[in-house]
Design a protein around this ligand. Structure first.
Ligand code: HEC
Length: 142
């Protein structure tokens, strides 16, 4: 009986990891968080000239993740299917600076959205935020 239960648990666990294309642990966690980031950017884009409260909320979520993300890159955690480049751990200070720039740009956009800025200003804030995503991906993501 116990053996049966153990086997069942193992099967469930392996099914779980398959469902996520093989990513596990911290790699899977950060991939999920980055997917949330992408969805947040999409929601912001869709609300430029729309609901500023959504922009403020999503910018705030991006800011929070930007403050946390470096903790999700323990040394050498680039095992498949991760797209993290080993350069991250050769220049972790720079990687951290880019995460901080991401946090600052998200905070700026949040402030703009909360202070009733016009669509033009919000669009510029959105673009500036998007640039900080790209800056890091250019150097540190496959
Ligand atoms: C400081 C660096 C850095 C910043 C800033 C950053 N990213 Fe990333 N991002 C990465 C790295 C590294 C990976 C690869 C992670 C992995 O595969 O292990 C990644 C992966 C991703 C992925 C792929 C996730 C997956 O499932 O494979 C998406 C989408 C993404 N980032 C979106 C964003 C968006 C949107 C922003 C800005 C709002 C952003 N990122 C900001 C470094 C960064």
């Amino acid at each position: 009986m116990n053996r049966l239960i153990t086997a069942h648990v193992l099967i469930c666990l392996s099914t779980l990891s398959w469902a996520h294309e093989g990513a596990e642990g911290v790699v899977k966690e950060r991939m999920d968080r980055f997917k949330d980031n992408k969805a947040a950017m999409k929601a912001i884009k869709g609300n430029l000239g729309g609901d500023a409260a959504v922009i403020a909320q999503k910018a705030s979520e991006i800011e929070a993740w930007a403050h946390e993300m470096v903790n999700f890159f323990p040394e050498g955690s680039s095992q498949p299917p991760s797209e993290a480049l080993p350069a991250i751990w050769e220049a972790f200070d720079h990687f951290t600076e880019l995460a901080n720039a991401n946090a600052t740009a998200a905070a700026n956009l949040k402030t703009l959205a909360q202070s009733g800025a016009d669509t033009n200003a919000l669009t510029n804030g959105f673009k500036a935020l998007g640039k900080t995503c790209k800056d890091c991906h250019n150097d540190y993501k496959e």
